[in-house]
Design a protein around this ligand. Sequence first.
Ligand SMILES: [Zn+2]
Length: 321
Amino acid sequence: MHQEKQESQDGRILLYEDYNIRVSSQPNVYGEKFVLRLLKKNTNIRNIFDLGFPGTEEQLKKSIHKKNSITIIAAPTGEGKTTTLYSIMDYLNSPEINITTIEDPVEIRIQGLNQVEIDANKTSFSNSLRTVLRQDPDIILVGEIRDTETGEIAIQAGQTGHYVLSTIHTIDSIEVITRLRKMGLSDYDISSTLATAISQRLVRKLCPKCKKEREFNNEEKKIITTIGEKYNVAFDLSGTTYEASGCKYCNNTGYYDRIGIFEVLDITDQIKEAIMAGKSSLEIRRLALEQSYKPLIIDGLRKVVDGYTTIEELNKKLLIY
Ligand SMILES: [Zn+2]
């Protein structure tokens, strides 16, 4: 990185054996602000169900790996999109399937995949994607759909027999449709290729060494029951919950490690029709709720009831009260 230039920069620190550090800097009125992301090297890919993916393997199989289609994982930055993408890739990985990835940068190396790293200064996702398509892989991972061109080629890839996995920055899975529309993709293209949109957040898990067991209080019961009723989900609150405490193991935070909370939007025939008819995201959301779609908050509350995290922690991510 340049020391004298007053401009925003991206860089990497490659000093450590176990970690890479991604650095982003931006000048401001006081000097420069830095954001550092720690990335563990040689990390084991975690099983998607260990990450907190809800539902059964059957349901997962139904949602992913449909030929001629696209699956998009949508979330704000730092909510674990890449980890989920790698877990799905690892799950689909087998010697008879050709998987090619286009990434910026390659964060984790997985045996058996053809991983292509793009250099943003020299080429783009869309250019690399065009080259990859000529090689005709079965599954293509596009690190991120950032622009119309990439979106168009990804859809084209989906329409011509490939299975495409990618990510997009939106707050939930329904907004994926809005974002693709805003990129200028047609309702026909979106409805004919988008198969699944998954959204997620990361919440901290209660520290296993110091969490304190207690009953749910009335206020918590009211919050959980009210939200549950809104989405036709009954939670059993007769069990106990846990309070975050603090010990040496968790650095006195009461939490240790993180878990994902997810929502899965399957683009059913009815939702395809709604997209084709140009329905708004609100209308599509209403339709999805009548079907199998359950919003993030429901999986979040499930993880509170199951004792993985607390309602306070969930509230920090989703503002539920
Ligand atoms: Zn602890």
